[in-house]
Design a binder for this molecule. Structure first.
Ligand code: PLP
Length: 401
């Protein structure tokens, strides 16, 4: 008998499984709208020119391959915090933000989960929006937190269930942890307005909830990194101690380089030093220290005014292309007299759109039209381009008629 004969087969990952099915399809018209990675106008993965330039500069500087410290490249984490919180941020200026490099956004969430599970002095319950990114539940559950949900998406309006959200946060036990998508909510593409964020901040403050922001798409929503940081900066300006996960996967296209940061706002530099010491103790047995190359790329961009402004315009270019695809998809669906209301395609924000397509419709699209998306009807807008958008719209139109 094999040692592993009692290991049950697990279910395939719902998102990566879509890519498997896409790869196996031989039809030339096939489209993959499953995975959350940007594609250029030709449908190809995109390496940002600012990233290429940073890599050239790095190669020329002949860097060594030594280990980084446990919390990563110090200049990178300083610059990452500045990007998120803003150069004028009070806790940043006062040196009271504890920050560590992480294995992209997933690693940042996991460090945060593990740190909260060990040191958060109140109930270890985290509230996630319903729905949320599929990996949030296992990340926080495996970190030792109890996962619950708060209402977020209204299927009827294909928009934000703001009344439900407020009611659920008001009814959550005091001092619970609440996870907030800072911008470009995944999977729905539905974000609160700035006024709604102010109200959410007031409720979080009043109920003494602990806000944990996941910012995986800074710059990707509006094309502006500072506009997309509004929620984070507003909470901080209200004096709230937040936790923050940052990813450079999408906004710098550094997916496989795994560049991210996790930070916590502390009371003062002395408390920050204690928190820093415990972050190291959390991280050291997980992976010892983070990879160096991607952090060097990101830091080269963030620390050079010239490359930084080039990068900002490239982020805007990606956001603008996605926004133009939203307009074109909406117009084409309407021109084809597709039954239903499609305004949400245009009003949703960021990489994804929650189309409202049902599981049987998504199944039919895969089988009949070779178009792949997650069963919840979420599409990655970045998978659309001028070469395939009409075929996509016609296929959707047929699927709902
Ligand atoms: N958080 C959200 C909401 C995401 O959509 C993603 C990626 O899809 C991540 C975090 C983490 O991604 P990564 O670990 O590649 O930075």
């Amino acid at each position: 008998l094999s040692t592993w004969s009692n290991v049950p087969a697990g279910p395939p990952d719902p998102i990566l499984g879509v890519t498997e099915a896409f790869k196996a399809d031989k039809d030339p018209r096939k489209i993959n709208l499953g995975v959350g990675a940007y594609r250029d106008e030709a449908g190809k993965p995109y390496v940002l020119p600012s990233v290429k330039k940073a890599e050239e500069l790095l190669t020329a500087s002949k860097p060594d391959k030594e280990y980084l410290p446990i919390t990563g490249l110090g200049d990178f984490t300083k610059n990452a915090a500045k990007l998120a919180y803003g150069a004028e941020s009070k806790p940043l200026v006062n040196n009271s933000i504890a920050v560590t490099q992480s294995i992209s956004g997933t690693g940042a969430l996991r460090i945060g989960g593990a740190f909260l599970s060990r040191f958060y002095p109140h109930s270890k319950v985290i509230y996630l929006p319903v729905p949320s990114w599929g990996n949030h539940t296992p990340i926080f559950r495996d970190s030792g937190l109890e996962v619950r949900g708060y209402r977020y998406f209204d299927k009827k309006t294909v928009g934000l269930d703001f009344a439900g959200l407020k009611e659920d946060l008001k009814n959550a036990p005091e001092q619970s942890i609440v996870l907030l998508h800072a911008c470009a909510h995944n999977p729905t593409g539905v974000d609160p307005t700035q006024d709604q964020w102010r109200e959410i901040s007031d409720i979080v403050k009043e109920k003494k909830l602990f806000p944990f922001f996941d910012m995986a798409y800074q710059g990707f929503a509006s094309g502006s990194t500072s506009r997309d940081a509004f929620a984070v900066r507003h909470f901080v300006s209200e004096g709230q101690q937040i936790a923050l996960s940052q990813s450079f996967a999408k906004n710098m296209g550094l997916y496989g380089e795994r560049v991210g940061a996790f930070s916590l706002i502390t009371a003062d530099p002395e408390e920050k030093a204690r928190v820093d010491s415990q972050l190291k103790i959390v991280i050291r047995p997980m992976y010892s220290n983070p990879p160096v190359h991607g952090a060097r790329i990101a830091n080269t961009i963030l620390s050079s005014p010239e490359l930084y402004s080039q990068w900002e315009s490239e982020v805007k270019g990606m956001a603008d292309r996605i926004i133009s695809m939203r307009d074109k998809l909406f117009n084409t669906l309407v021109d084809l007299k597709t039954p239903g209301e499609w305004g949400h395609i245009k009003s949703q924000i960021g990489m994804f759109s929650f189309t409202g397509l049902t599981p049987p419709q998504t199944k039919a699209l895969a089988e009949k039209a070779h178009i792949y998306m997650t069963a919840d009807g979420r599409i990655s807008m970045a998978g659309l381009n001028n070469g395939n958008i009409e075929y996509f719209a016609e296929s959707v139109s047929k699927a709902v008629k």
